[in-house]
Design a protein around this ligand. Structure first.
Ligand SMILES: [Zn+2]
Length: 306
């Protein structure tokens, strides 16, 4: 096979200014079959801002793209289902914390479902944006950074595991760059093991969080949790018109095949509702459970208990 790298020139828009400052846009999108050799990402000077957007539209992207590499050089791959010319885009990311792997089963299930090549929605999936952490079953990446504290909006050096600077990690840079270009209308990112859909306490994401909780059978957020710095959700929801939901699946023992099938269907329904102007509302049950409490980076909890 002759690998052909499909370089995607960079369009400089308001949403990419932060990325340019961080050198993120020196990482090209490449086709999945052009993973070798590894693109140079550190020695290349930052490009001068180009006032004329020249980036090819999503419709011209290959169905598999390498969005970046991990610290140890593992590929972060995104795959598309459905119509590349569709106007609505859903992105689902199976894993960000490497010891919370249940979401990957949802991604694998979604990828087996045919999505209409002529419909108006395309679904992009990433099995893990933290492949080093996934390989070692550790929450953080190979430099011991919590990627969900490393995103550039609201980043704080005081937060444990936040990294040395906003989007300091190649995995974070990869997703910032990819999502800035993709501009998904809806993003679903999976964690464990709170059994709750977060986002009900944010006025922007609330209706989507309540709907997704109803679809999945997960609980809705009870709005008493602490807030976190540098999260993917804060970055995306404050930077783009689309919404991102942080989805906390239950513990692995409770992740049955039946539930994975339901959660797969929830992804597909959510994608269809991006083009359905009048979805049927479903009122989820009120969560009677106490708040699950802060995540372990604020109140350290041994990984063995997560
Ligand atoms: Zn997590």
């Amino acid at each position: 096979m002759h690998p052909v790298r499909n370089m995607l020139p960079i369009a400089l828009t308001a949403g990419t200014v932060t990325a340019v400052c961080l050198g993120i846009l020196t990482q090209p999108l490449t086709s999945a079959h052009a993973a070798e050799p590894t693109p140079t990402t550190t020695a290349t000077p930052l490009p001068e801002p180009d006032p004329t957007p020249t980036e090819p539209p999503i419709s011209t992207w290959p169905s598999s793209v390498v969005v970046g590499k991990s610290v140890k050089g593992r590929t972060i791959l995104a795959e598309r289902l459905g119509n590349p010319a569709a106007s609505k885009v859903l992105l689902a990311v199976g894993i960000i914390h490497g010891n919370e792997k249940a979401g990957r089963r949802i991604i694998d299930a979604v990828r087996k479902v045919p999505v209409s090549p002529t419909g108006d929605v395309q679904i992009w999936t990433i099995r893990s944006m933290n492949p080093d952490g996934t390989a070692s079953t550790s929450r953080r990446n190979a430099r011991n950074v919590d990627l969900n504290r490393n995103f550039p909006t609201g980043w704080s050096r005081k937060t444990t595991g936040a990294g040395k600077s906003p989007a300091s990690e190649p995995e974070t840079q990869a997703l910032v760059s990819f999502m800035t270009k993709l501009r998904p209308d809806a993003t679903l990112i999976y964690h464990q093991d709170w059994n709750v859909v977060l986002g009900a306490c944010n006025i922007k994401t609330r209706p989507y969080a309540l709907r997704y909780a109803a679809l999945t059978g997960l609980k809705q957020e009870s709005c008493r949790r602490a807030s976190y710095t540098g999260t993917m959700g804060t970055w995306f929801n404050s930077s783009f018109p689309g919404y991102l939901l942080t989805v906390e699946l239950p513990g692995t023992r409770k992740v049955t095949t039946k539930k994975v099938t339901r959660w797969r269907n929830s992804v597909l329904t959510t994608s269809r509702e991006l083009i359905d102007l009048d979805p049927t509302p479903v009122a989820p049950e009120i969560d009677p459970e106490p708040d699950p409490g802060p995540e372990p980076t604020l109140t350290p909890v041994p990984l063995s208990q997560r």
